[in-house]
Design a protein around this ligand. Structure first.
Ligand SMILES: [Ca+2]
Ligand SMILES: [Ca+2]
Ligand SMILES: [Ca+2]
Ligand SMILES: [Ca+2]
Length: 479
């Protein structure tokens, strides 16, 4: 592989190291500040009002892949409609799987195709197709509990989830090789998928949303291991939505937050503005349930629950903390969006909570319609300082010239204060990358946590929806 620095592929890296002055911060928390009455310069000087827009510059290696007819469509813009571009990196940084659900195709690119510095088109090494099922509406790649690498694909028009294993050469074969086809055939089953050991028996299980199942939607949970056809209706467990809680957003395994050996499940309800937390090995893993019996419900505003991620323990209480995106939130800028950092320990205690009850920090999008928090992912350490980062997408964010390119941020930490005034934003350290052009919508989807080139620094992947492109931003030093 050849490596070269990308020559100003990014118009500007729009977000820089923002380090809140903590002594100043504490003073600021004593006084009320109305950020909406300050201009941009005043806000940037005011810790309580800082957003992700403060600037520096830098460069990292990047690789862009633009999706053309080689993944089964003639006109990427037209054929994709307005739909998303789901993707996931393959385990061990072996490549990436990117879906076009409108075209019923999933392309798989291997590591070599992602060599940094390039901008030329590369066809996927493998193309998976299955007509008429909205293949790849959800894409999740993982290593299962037996050590097998799998790609899990949701196909909600077909009401099916496919589990496709890697062969001995590490390639993902045709669907004939799918180790499992898990289906109800209805209700948009397969719209979002999560993978974890929810019942705590040592085998990975599958959860999927079915937002059109019945009146109020549902989440289905199927116990692994999987082999062949699985009839979810007969062998799965249904968690029914309610009139207030229709599962139409994020679905993630939280990992084992409480250390009892079973993974917790996080379910987002952005239409309602809520997040449900179901403790692993709960009654919902063996029998029908509904979300009124969730261990915890956290309520927020502005599409709260559109995206969710588990981050490292930010307040040093021994419990990993949760990050929830509310990309439609307008509490600071109209449609600017908000990312909430919630105290995982408080959420584990359970009950009916508001986001404010459990907040450690929150960050506001810096511009109208920035939609900060549209996508979230826990990343690895991309700059080599030893701390893993959180990846945040804001597809409507503006760059330093106020061009709405979208942006993706790698957040080192929110500066969590012991006694947080919930209305204040308490500082952040992070970096950002802007999209290439007006309307790029960089940050529509984000993933991370893989080291593709093996240099020990982790890469960040982000969809630029407006360009029908994936940008892979390689880990490296920042200027
Ligand atoms: Ca299990
Ligand atoms: Ca647990
Ligand atoms: Ca914590
Ligand atoms: Ca790397």
């Amino acid at each position: 592989m050849s490596y070269r620095h990308a020559p100003l592929l990014w118009s500007a890296l729009s977000v820089g190291c923002i380090e809140a002055d903590k002594s100043g911060l504490q003073q600021q928390q004593e006084a009320e500040v109305d950020c909406s009455k300050l201009d941009q310069k005043q806000r940037e000087a005011e810790p309580k009002c800082q957003t992700l827009a403060s600037a520096t510059s830098g460069s990292r290696l990047v690789r862009r892949i633009v999706f053309t007819d080689s993944i089964g469509i003639d006109d990427p813009g037209e054929s994709r409609g307005e739909g998303p571009i789901p993707f996931d990196f393959l385990p061990d940084g072996a490549g990436v799987a990117v879906a076009n659900p409108v075209g019923d195709t999933v392309g798989v690119w291997d590591r070599d195709a992602l060599a940094p510095g390039g901008d030329e088109h590369v066809s996927p090494g493998l193309l998976l197709t299955e007509g008429g099922v909205a293949l790849g509406s959800a894409v999740r790649s993982t290593t299962d509990s037996t050590g097998q690498n799998v790609v899990v694909l949701g196909a909600p028009v077909g009401g099916v989830v496919l589990v496709v294993p890697a062969d001995e050469a590490g390639s993902y074969g045709a669907f004939e090789a799918a180790s499992a086809e898990i289906a109800t055939g209805m209700g948009a089953f397969g719209t979002a998928v999560a993978w974890g050991d929810f019942d705590g028996d040592g085998h990975d299980d599958l959860a999927t949303t079915a937002p059109e199942d019945g009146t109020d939607g549902a989440v289905w949970v199927m116990a692994g291991p999987f082999n062949g056809l699985v009839n979810a209706t007969a062998d799965g467990v249904r968690i029914g939505g309610t009139a207030d809680l229709r599962p139409d957003g994020a679905l993630e395994s939280a990992g084992d937050l409480d250390g009892d050996g079973a993974d917790e499940l996080l379910v987002g309800f952005p239409d309602a503005g809520a997040l449900a937390v179901l403790h692993g090995a709960g009654a919902w893993t063996t029998g029908a349930a509904d979300f009124d019996s969730a261990d915890a419900q956290v309520a927020g505003d502005g599409d709260f629950g559109r995206a969710v991620a588990v981050w490292s323990d930010q307040n040093d209480d021994g419990v990993a903390d949760l990050v929830v995106g509310a990309p439609g939130d307008s509490s600071r800028e109209s449609g600017g969006g908000t990312v909430w950092l919630l105290d995982g320990g408080s959420v584990l205690e359970g009950g009916s909570l508001s986001a404010q009850d459990t907040v450690l920090a929150r960050v506001f999008g810096e511009a109208t319609d920035a939609a900060l928090g549209t996508a979230l992912a826990a990343g690895g350490d991309s700059d080599g300082d030893g701390t893993a980062e959180l990846i945040v997408g804001a597809p409507g964010a503006a760059d330093l010239d106020d061009v709405e390119t979208g942006a993706v941020y790698t957040v080192e930490t929110f500066d969590v204060a012991g006694d947080v005034e919930h209305e204040s934003w308490v500082g952040i350290r992070g970096h950002g990358v802007s999209g290439r052009a007006d309307g790029s919508q960089l940050g529509t989807r984000v993933r991370g946590g893989v080291d593709i080139d093996g240099d020990g620094l982790f890469e960040v992947g982000a969809i630029a929806r407006g360009e029908s492109a994936l940008e892979v931003i390689y880990g490296g030093a920042l200027d």
